[in-house]
Design a protein around this ligand. Structure first.
Ligand SMILES: [Zn+2]
Length: 486
C-alpha cells in the first residue's frame, strides 16, 4: 500500500523532471531552428508564402490550401505526423498579432529533423488566419469584422475556414494563438504578463468537463516551463464566457482549447524573446500530448496562476512636483509609447504620450523614476533656429540638453520627416507662430501631451525625458530611441 502510494507520487514528478529537461534543450538549441527570415513583428502574407512553398518538397509535410481571405489571399494548413491525436494550431486570427506565427515557423523547422516528437499525434498549423488584417497590421479582417466574434454567425470566409477545419479534423487539441497588449501585468505585481493562458469556458457557468480540464492540465505544464525563463511573468486570462468567440466555441465543440496570449517583455519591442518562449512551451506541450504525461497533472494548479491585470506603463514617474498658476502639485505620471506606422505598415516609430496623471500608486512601469528630490523644468526650445537638417545632425545634443533645451527648431525641414533618432524633439520653425498662439496658460504636463521635460538635481540636468524616453545625463550609455517632429 505504502509502495503504491510512493509510485503515485513519483510518476508525476518524473514527468515534470523530464519535461523540464526537454524544455531546457529546446531553449538552449533554439537558434538552430529559428526561422531567420522573420525577425520583426510587421510582416505580411507574401513573406510567409516561400516558407510554406518550400515545405511541399520536404518529406512528411502536407500543405492544404483551405481557402481564401476576402481580398483573395490563400490560407494554408501545414500538416505533419500520422498519429491518432489531431492537434490544430492557428495564429494571427487578429492581423496585428504575429508573435506566434513566427514561433510556428520555428517549430516547423524543428520538426523537419525531430520527427520522433510526433509519436501518436498529427499536427496541423494554420499560420496567419487573417492575412488581410496582416497586410494593414490591424486586428480585424477586410470588412472590419473581428474574427474572434464571428465563430457562430460565420460571415467571414476566414472564420468559416477555421470552423470547417476544426470540424473536419474533429481536433482533440486546439492552440488559439494571439498577442495581448504589453501593458498587461500579473495581478498585483510589476511583472508584465509576458505570456497569458486561458482554457476558455464553454458556458456561462464556467463548468469544467474533461475537454476543458485537459486544456487546463496542458496550461499548468506550460506555465511551469515559462516560469523558468520569465519568473512571475505569466497571467491567467479572464474566463468570462464569450458566446461569439472561437476559443469558447471550439472548447464547446469538444476540442481541448488552449489560448496563448503573447504580451510584453523588457527591451523586446519586436517580441523575439517572447517568440522563443512560445516555441519552447508549445513544443513541450506537443510532447506532453504525444506521451500523455499531462494526464497526471492536477487541474487545481491552474487556478494558482495569477490573474491578468492591465496596470503597466512604459515609464512611470512618481512624486513629480510642478507649478501651475502659482501653486505646486505633486503627481505621478504614466507614460505610454504609442507606435506610429509608415504608410505600408512595415516600420514604426514611437510617440510618447502622458496617459495618466495623479495618484498612480496602484500602477507599475517597465521602468520607473522617483522624481521626489528632483526639480522639474518644462520643455524649452533652443533659441537659435538651425537652417537645415544637415546642420542639425552636427549639433552636440548632450550640451544642448545640459543647457536645459529639449526642442530644436529647424528652418527648412522636409515634410516627410516625422521622427529622428536623436535625444531631442524638433519643430519646423515655420510652425512656431501657430504653437505660440494660446491665451490661457496650459499646465506644463497634461493628459495626452508629449512627455518632454527635464529633472534637475543640484542645478544640473539629471534626467532628460524626451518623447517619453529617459536619458540619464550622468552616464553615456543611453540607448537613443527617437524624438519626434512637432
Ligand atoms: Zn487576438
Amino acid at each position: 500500500m505504502k509502495k503504491l502510494f510512493l509510485i503515485f507520487l513519483i510518476i508525476p514528478f518524473l514527468g515534470l523532471c523530464q519535461k523540464n529537461e526537454i524544455s531546457k534543450d529546446l531553449f538552449t538549441n533554439y537558434e538552430n531552428f529559428k526561422e531567420t527570415s522573420l525577425n520583426k513583428r510587421r510582416f505580411k502574407h507574401i513573406d510567409i508564402q516561400p516558407l510554406i512553398e518550400k515545405l511541399k518538397s520536404i518529406n512528411g509535410f502536407k500543405i492544404t490550401v483551405l481557402g481564401k481571405s476576402i481580398e483573395g489571399r490563400t490560407i494554408s494548413m501545414i500538416s505533419i505526423g500520422s498519429g491518432e491525436t489531431n492537434v490544430l494550431l492557428w495564429s494571427q486570427m487578429h492581423g496585428d498579432e504575429t508573435t506566434a506565427t513566427m514561433a510556428i515557423f520555428d517549430i516547423i523547422n524543428y520538426l523537419k529533423t525531430n520527427k520522433e516528437s510526433l509519436q501518436n499525434i498529427k499536427l496541423h498549423f494554420i499560420p496567419m488566419l487573417n492575412p488581410d488584417g496582416a497586410e494593414k497590421f490591424t486586428r480585424r479582417n477586410a470588412i472590419g469584422i473581428d474574427l474572434n466574434r464571428d465563430a457562430v454567425r460565420l460571415q467571414s470566409p476566414e472564420a468559416r475556414i477555421l470552423k470547417g477545419t476544426r470540424d473536419s479534423l474533429q481536433a482533440d487539441f486546439g492552440f488559439n494563438l494571439h498577442d495581448q497588449s504589453k501593458y498587461y501585468n500579473a495581478r498585483l505585481t510589476e511583472k508584465p504578463a509576458t505570456i497569458s493562458y486561458l482554457a476558455p469556458a464553454f458556458d456561462y457557468g464556467k463548468n469544467i468537463n474533461k475537454t476543458r480540464a485537459n486544456a487546463m492540465k496542458i496550461i499548468v505544464q506550460m506555465n511551469d516551463i515559462i516560469q523558468q525563463y520569465a519568473p512571475g511573468q505569466v497571467g491567467r486570462y479572464s474566463d468570462e464566457f464569450e458566446p461569439r468567440a472561437f476559443g469558447d466555441n471550439i472548447q464547446k465543440w469538444g476540442t481541448s482549447t488552449i489560448l496563448i496570449e503573447s504580451g510584453g517583455y523588457y527591451n523586446d519591442p519586436e517580441k523575439q524573446f517572447i517568440r522563443k518562449l512560445n516555441y519552447v512551451s508549445i513544443l513541450a506541450a506537443i510532447n506532453s500530448i504525444s506521451n500523455k504525461s499531462y494526464e497526471n497533472i492536477s487541474v487545481e494548479k491552474y487556478k494558482s496562476i495569477p490573474k491578468n491585470d492591465r496596470k503597466l506603463f512604459d515609464l512611470k514617474i512618481t512624486n513629480l512636483t510642478f507649478t501651475h498658476l502659482g501653486e505646486n502639485y505633486t503627481v505621478d505620471i504614466g507614460i505610454h509609447h504609442i507606435e506610429k506606422e509608415n504608410n505600408d505598415h512595415t516600420e514604426f516609430y514611437n510617440m510618447g504620450r502622458i496617459s495618466d496623471i495623479g495618484d498612480l500608486s496602484t500602477y507599475y512601469g517597465y521602468s520607473t523614476i522617483n522624481a521626489e528630490h528632483y526639480t522639474f523644468k518644462p520643455a524649452r526650445t533652443y533659441p537659435k533656429i538651425i537652417p537645415s537638417f544637415e546642420e542639425f545632425k552636427k549639433l552636440n545634443f548632450k550640451n544642448i540638453l545640459n543647457q536645459g533645451y529639449t526642442t530644436i527648431s529647424i528652418d527648412s525641414l522636409a515634410p516627410e520627416i516625422k521622427f529622428i533618432h536623436y535625444p531631442v524633439n524638433i519643430i519646423n520653425a515655420r510652425n512656431i507662430a501657430i504653437l505660440k498662439n494660446n491665451t490661457i496658460p496650459k499646465p506644463p504636463l497634461n493628459l495626452g501631451s508629449n512627455p518632454t521635460f527635464l529633472l534637475y538635481k543640484n542645478e544640473k540636468v539629471a534626467y532628460a525625458v524626451i518623447n517619453g524616453f529617459v536619458y540619464d545625463m550622468r552616464n553615456n550609455k543611453n540607448e537613443i530611441i527617437n524624438g519626434i517632429v512637432k
